[in-house]
Design a protein around this ligand. Sequence first.
Ligand code: SF4
Length: 362
Amino acid sequence: MTAQPLLEVRGLRKAFAASTGLFGRGPLVRAVDGVDLDLAAGEVLGLVGESGSGKTTLGRAILRLVEPDDGAIRFDGVDVRALRGRELRRLRRRMQIVFQDPTSALNPRLRVRALVGEPLLVHGLARGRALRDRVAELLEEVGLEPSAMDRYPREFSGGQRQRIGIARALALRPDFVVLDEPVSSLDVSIQAQIVNLLVELQRRHRVAYLFIAHDLALVAHLADRVAVMYLGRVVEQAATRTILDRPAHPYTRALIAATPPPDPRRARARRMPIPGEIPSPIDRPAGCAFHPRCPWADARCREQDPPLVAVAEGHLAACHRADEVQSESFDATDSGRPPLHRPTAKPSTARPDTTPGKETDR
Ligand code: SF4
């Protein structure tokens, strides 16, 4: 990345004490274990990895929704970790999040008008008639009727609730949004509609996204670059096309091979599950943490932890054998490579029916 980063993350760490029931704090779970990331203004960075890789904790630590233990976060040149109180709240106007589960993310006792308008009210940006107009505008922008503002979250489908969550996140016109698995709790039929909406909004507002997902195919639709996380660390990072065509880390190859191909009739034949389970972050394997599952592992891998280094311009990988991995032919098609083309989302002029109880996602 050549542009001055909007977001710079260096050596970020976050550990939690594992619960041991009656006896309180247990050993430390290193959820995020020294992560470096850059994100340019208007860029989309995909963050992928299996459950337990630390993706969600990283996204929340960047926003300080969980307090990092160590490391630096700079946003537009500002030291985010040094901010307190009002200064931090002011910066949060520019840094927002869309949560995975829209049902638990929205207060069920508030009408949509209050849910979407709250950030504007809290930051003193609109009130009265202007607030109502702005909420109506935001709802239209995410494909909902302005009349939706008088209803409660329970009156909407899952996809519609996520649209409300997106409207709330965009209310303050942020420069950066963490999308924390924003479609993984939705029906497959609805997922593409929400992804298309996110693409359309990103293009319109040039907002930067950190798009967190375990599905590489989904990330490939939106992301300019992809970072792959394993056991709390980034193990590979490159442009999306490079990650898909010339992965340098065996874990990335395994993730691609585990991705169902776009044609569901071929899914059973082509999908290759990643062998083994992700180890516990309490008991990180010595050497390369991926070695117990890696078909390329040798003696050095069991002893030495590989650093994240450049294997080409703009392409980082943490693997002792990255050169060999890259040079071995990789038939991405046979491995179920996800399609790279972005969906050509066009705003629909049709108004969705927001009748309570109806599934009206487009
Ligand atoms: Fe596999 Fe060794 Fe590379 Fe780790 S360092 S990913 S074990 S080849």
